[in-house]
Design a protein around this ligand. Structure first.
Ligand SMILES: [Zn+2]
Length: 114
């Protein structure tokens, strides 16, 4: 059984391929239009990726710069100066994963019948 990439229920033939370029991006399956929309939104933010792949790892690395700009603006740089790049990546990943998990949960709630 192929499961929905967002909520883990059985996928029902809703597919998403970033920019319809199956040669460059993976195709993901979803259970519903709502999860498909959530997956598409995530994929658009993450350059076509929903799973953590080489490209996503690269994207997380590239997010270090805007992350550093924000902590600098907030005067938090001294707290992060001693931290390794891997630790910074863990923080960025936690935000990405949290966003992704919430998107799946919210999409699932929207899908509940009234
Ligand atoms: Zn789903």
């Amino acid at each position: 059984m192929r499961v929905c990439r967002i909520c883990g229920r059985e996928a029902r033939g809703f597919l998403y391929t970033h920019r319809l370029r199956a040669d460059r991006h993976p195709t993901y399956a979803f259970c519903s239009r709502l999860c498909q929309d959530a997956g598409a939104a995530i994929a658009k933010r993450l350059n076509g990726m929903i799973d953590k792949t080489e490209t996503e790892t690269k994207a997380i690395k590239e997010a270090r710069r805007p992350f550093a700009e924000v902590i600098d603006e907030l005067g938090l740089m001294p707290a992060f100066e001693e931290r390794s790049a891997a630790e910074i990546d863990r923080i960025i990943e936690a935000c990405v994963d949290g966003f992704r998990e919430a998107m799946g949960r919210l999409a699932l709630n929207d899908d509940l019948p009234w």
